[in-house]
Write a protein that binds this ligand. Structure first.
Ligand SMILES: [Zn+2]
Length: 249
């Protein structure tokens, strides 16, 4: 018959605690993966860079519209100049005053056209720059997309390793828990739930390894005289006092 407070039970409880602590650590690792944060950061960056891309595209399309408007105006001025020119060349205008007026009008039209052409060149230079900028931003976005893919792969790889290890430890935990007396296991689970997952410590010199509280000499003496599995007078957790062969670490 297995004694509830036998050294064997105490030893198994410590093993159970070790497994539970490792499972807790792995669970926390899974919840708090730096790989996940890295993905979120990359996504945030992608949104920012994409906003820049939309801005650059909008600028390009505005410039293209302005260039095409100037183009239309230049063409329309050109055809007006041609009309005036044709009038002069046809010889139908003989009145010198009218000829002078037509010539002046033509000069004015040409000056306006020249100015528009200069404006158009400036806009075309700006449009070229905007196109080049769009290309640079698009490349940066592609790189970020690639980076996110790599980070996701890394996340999946690390995540599944952690999950596999958790599953392996959980199988061991179930086996050890199943070998413990039901009332002891219930007590362990209850204390673990109440005390941040740590239900048991061992007497480490004069201290409880769970709460690190140094116990008075008379308490430790009393503990050494009692059963292998006791209760820490300080934190009320289970306390393993002595194990045969000094197996408590
Ligand atoms: Zn304690």
């Amino acid at each position: 018959m297995k004694q509830a407070d036998s050294p064997e039970t105490a030893k198994r409880l410590l093993e159970l605690q070790e497994l539970d602590s490792n499972i807790m650590r792995l669970t926390k690792r899974l919840e708090d993966m730096p790989e996940k944060r890295a993905i979120l950061q990359t996504r945030k960056k992608r949104v920012e860079v994409d906003a820049l891309l939309q801005k650059a595209k909008l600028l390009s399309s505005r410039l293209e519209k302005d260039i095409s408007r100037l183009d239309d105006e230049c063409r329309s001025l050109g055809s007006r100049i041609d009309t005036e020119q044709a009038k002069v060349m046809s010889g139908s205008v003989t009145n010198p005053k009218e000829l002078v007026a037509i010539t002046r009008e033509m000069d004015s039209l040409k000056r306006r056209r020249d100015k528009l052409e200069v404006d158009e060149v400036i806009l075309m230079q700006k449009a070229e720059k905007a196109t080049a900028q769009t290309a640079v931003i698009t490349k940066a976005l592609d790189q970020l997309a690639k980076q996110e893919e790599d980070q996701k792969a890394q996340f999946v790889e690390v995540g599944s390793k952690v999950q596999d290890e958790t599953a392996r430890l959980t199988v061991q935990r179930t086996r050890i828990a199943g070998s413990l007396p039901a009332d002891i296991l219930a007590r362990y689970d209850e204390i673990a739930k109440a005390k941040g997952g740590v239900a048991i410590g061992h007497l480490d010199g004069k201290s409880c390894s769970a709460c690190r509280m140094q116990l008075p000499a008379e308490e430790t003496e009393k503990l050494h005289k009692g059963p292998a599995l006791a209760t820490c007078p300080a934190c009320r957790r289970m306390l393993v006092v002595d194990l045969p062969g000094g197996e408590v670490e």
